[in-house]
Ligand binder design. Sequence first.
Ligand SMILES: NC(=O)c1ccc[n+]([C@@H]2O[C@H](COP(=O)([O-])OP(=O)(O)OC[C@H]3O[C@@H](n4cnc5c(N)ncnc54)[C@H](O)[C@@H]3O)[C@@H](O)[C@H]2O)c1
Length: 245
Amino acid sequence: MGRLDGKVIVVTAAAQGIGRAAAIAFAKEGAEVIATDINESNLRELEGNAGIQIRLLDVTNKGQIEELAKEVKKIDVLCNIAGFVHHGTILDCDEKDWDFTMNVNVRSMYLMIKAFLPKMLEQKSGNIINMSSVASSIKGVVNRCVYSTSKAAVIGLTKSVAADFIAHGIRCNCVCPGTVDTPSLRERIQASPNPEQAMKGFLARQKTGRFATAEEVAHLFVYLASDESAYVTGNPCIIDGGWSM
Ligand SMILES: NC(=O)c1ccc[n+]([C@@H]2O[C@H](COP(=O)([O-])OP(=O)(O)OC[C@H]3O[C@@H](n4cnc5c(N)ncnc54)[C@H](O)[C@@H]3O)[C@@H](O)[C@H]2O)c1
């Protein structure tokens, strides 16, 4: 018996990194996963996995989100994982960078929750898991100005939804990782002027001496998606190898 048998779970940003690991872990535990992303070719790699159906979805596109919400007849868990990392201080962040990050990282979750929550309310049960970060209201991190602002907003959004709908059988939590070894982290390191130095810098801030794996973060998603966490809501769940302690 799987820990998520019979649950329908919608996942955003499922084509790579943590979203992909979460989608695979959910399906292994018996969930019916609707794995969404804008990257069709990466998404297709998930097609062979039992329990996973794929769907193109741009989380900044209100029309696409509403269409998907109409199609999905039952939803137990909504996982809002899509996010973008802008590198720099406030002085490096143009208005277009600010707007882009807030749009992908925060407005997307506002749109997704607004579209799927009515169905959860009808069902009198639902579970929302948002992706935040310890680079947020939890920890000041250099060169992550708009990113941290957006991830702090995700914590606020999470607590607010949890508080407003707790009496309706809805839970809402967020996951706050430290540094996770994903394709986009590798790309950011490679794109820096001195990749070797950048890798050392990223590793130096890890008290464990290593990054988290996407699969380790996926384990936390499975717990939050399952009924094992029925008493957990409004919680920013930190998984950072002690970075923020
Ligand atoms: N990797 C880390 O160290 C780390 C740490 C803390 C939090 N996070 C957060 O975890 C989440 C996933 O990060 P990751 O590093 O695992 O993934 P990633 O950056 O490697 O991949 C992101 C995925 O999001 C998709 N995506 C981008 N824009 C989209 C859009 N508009 N609509 C739908 N999908 C879109 C991409 O196609 C890609 O598949 C992000 O919210 C990120 O901020 C990551």
